[in-house]
Design a binder for this molecule. Sequence first.
Ligand SMILES: Nc1ncnc2c1ncn2[C@@H]1O[C@H](COP(=O)(O)OP(=O)(O)OP(=O)(O)O)[C@@H](O)[C@H]1O
Length: 330
Amino acid sequence: MSSLEIDHLHKSYGSLRALRDLTFDVKAGEIFGFVGSNGAGKTTAMRIMLGVLAADAGEVRWNGAPLDLRTRRRVGYMPEERGLYPKMKVGEQLRFLAGLHGMSPADADAAVTRWTDRLGVGARRGDAVEKLSLGNQQRVQLAAALVHDPDILVLDEPFSGLDPVAVDVMSAVLRERADAGVPVIFSSHQLDLVERLCDRVGIVRSGQVEALGTIDELRRTERPQWRLDVQADRPDVVTAVSAVPGVLVAPAPGRTQAVVVELTDSAVGAEQAVLAAAMRLGAVREFSPVRPTLADLFRDVVSAGEAAGEPSQEPAPDGRRRRDRRKVAA
Ligand SMILES: Nc1ncnc2c1ncn2[C@@H]1O[C@H](COP(=O)(O)OP(=O)(O)OP(=O)(O)O)[C@@H](O)[C@H]1O
C-alpha cells in the first residue's frame, strides 16, 4: 500500500536538536494526527516533508521514492505561519496558487469556485484577504492547500481558531480526501478533535515519536484501571480492595466517594476478585473500566519525559494521578 514515509529524520538548529531519529508513516487513505508539546518538533518535521527545510539526515519518501520537486508539487500544505498575501483578493490568490501547481486557467477557476463555496467563503472571493476575519482567512488557507487536488495533505494546525461549524466542514473535507486515497497528516493541540477524527496518532516528544498507533492501541499500553463506587466508607473499600494481590487503589478525581483501581502486571484479570471484595462491603453502585482519553495518554508521554529529566515543554499536568505506561508502541 502506498504511504508517506518519514524515515529517521534528524534536524538541529545550532546546538538545539529539534528532531532525533523521527520515524513514522502515513498510509494512503488515513488521517494521521501529529501531536506533541509546544516545541516538540512538529512544524520542523512538516517543513521537511514539504521540502522547504532540509533534514540533516534521514529521508521522506512517497510510494517508496524520495520526495522530489515533481512530487512536492502534488503536496497540499498549510503552513503554521500561514502564507497568504494580505492585499491580494481571495479568488485571484487561489487562482495564482493553482497556476503555480500547473493547473490551466479554466481548471483553476472551477477549483477555486468549488473550494471557496465548500469552505463557506465563496461570497468573499472578491475581497482582499486582509479584510477577512482570521477564521475565514484560515478557510482560504485550507482552500489554497486543496485547490490543486493534491495527492498528499500536510496541514500544520489547520483547526486552530476555527468556529465549531468550520471545524465540522474542515473535518468532513479531510475525511473525504482520505477516503479518496490521500494520506492526510495534521498537527493539533485539540486532542479531543484528534481523537475523534484520526485513524492513527503519533505523539512526539523532544523530536522523537514516543507513541504511535490507533487510539485503542495506545490505550492498551496503559495498565487497566477500573472505577469503583461502593456504598461504604472509602477507607474500608481501599483496605478491602488493596488486599487483592497486585492491585493499586487511589481516590477517583473530583469530589466523589469512588476509587480508581489499577491492575498491575501481576493482577491482570483480577477485576472479578476486586468486584467480589467490594461486594462484601455493600452494594456496588458502579464498577466500570476507565478508558484513557488521548489527553490522558498525551500527559503520560509528557510526564514520562519529565521523569526522565527532560525539560517540560508544556504546562504541568492538572494534578491528575499519573498512569503508569507498561510499554510504548513506537
Ligand atoms: N528557525 C529556527 N531556528 C532555531 N530554532 C528553531 C527554529 N525553528 C524551530 N526551532 C526550535 O526547534 C524546536 C522545534 O520547534 P517546532 O516549531 O518544530 O515545534 P512544534 O512542535 O511545531 O511546536 P508548536 O506546537 O509550538 O508549534 C523548538 O525548540 C524551536 O524553538
